[in-house]
Design a protein around this ligand. Structure first.
Ligand code: GLU
Length: 187
């Protein structure tokens, strides 16, 4: 089961995010990634394998940012590769999404988004979320996330980071459907 952590605050975000991922390690995962807002840029790193591999990509870089999201993935759609690791970005590279769960109707949403010109670079179900939010974004991140996720069928926890809304993280959660109760037979 994967893990998600987000941070918005006054402290340096990267150590908090990496520490948070390590606390979630016991859940099991196959890759890890991080997205941060640093000096007006959205920066992301991701890697198949252990969190240590992600840390290596960040070594020697001093990030002062105080906002970010991070993820450990347990692949359901697409191999556990660097490219399929989260975060996933929109076409402009302004928005990053991490996701826990499965988007059941991702194929049909992907077809519609491709017809509208969106370019996909991974095999995951998750990537459609970044493009869907991009499609609905009109200045209000939370509203765009809400509208996008109303199109999505499945189970999810997501966290969204946007260059255009640097002091907030969009998030949304839909837990698995509860199994319907057994019907008692009359008689
Ligand atoms: N379905 C997504 C994927 O395969 C998320 C898996 C997860 O919950 O880690 O990337």
């Amino acid at each position: 089961m994967c893990g998600i952590i987000g941070y918005v605050g006054e402290k340096k975000a990267v150590p908090i995010l990496i520490d948070g991922l390590k606390k979630l390690e016991y859940r099991g995962y196959d890759s890890a990634g991080i997205a941060i807002l640093e000096n007006g840029d959205l920066i992301f790193e991701k890697s198949a394998g252990k969190i240590a591999a992600l840390e290596e990509l960040l070594t020697g870089r001093d990030f002062s940012c105080t906002t970010g999201i991070a993820h450990t993935r347990w692949a359901t759609h697409g191999e556990p590769t660097d490219a399929n690791a989260h975060p996933h970005l929109d076409c402009k590279g302004e928005l990053a999404v991490v996701h826990n769960g499965i988007i059941e109707n991702y194929r049909s949403l992907k077809e519609v988004l491709e017809r509208k010109g969106h370019k996909f670079t991974t095999d995951t179900d998750t990537e459609i979320v970044a493009h869907l939010i991009e499609e609905y974004y009109q200045g209000d991140l939370v509203e765009a996330v809400r509208t996008a996720m109303s199109q999505v069928e499945g189970t999810y926890g997501i966290a969204v980071l946007s260059l255009r809304n640097p002091s907030e993280i969009g998030n949304r959660r839909r837990p698995p459907r509860q199994p319907s109760g057994h019907r008692l037979r009359a008689g």
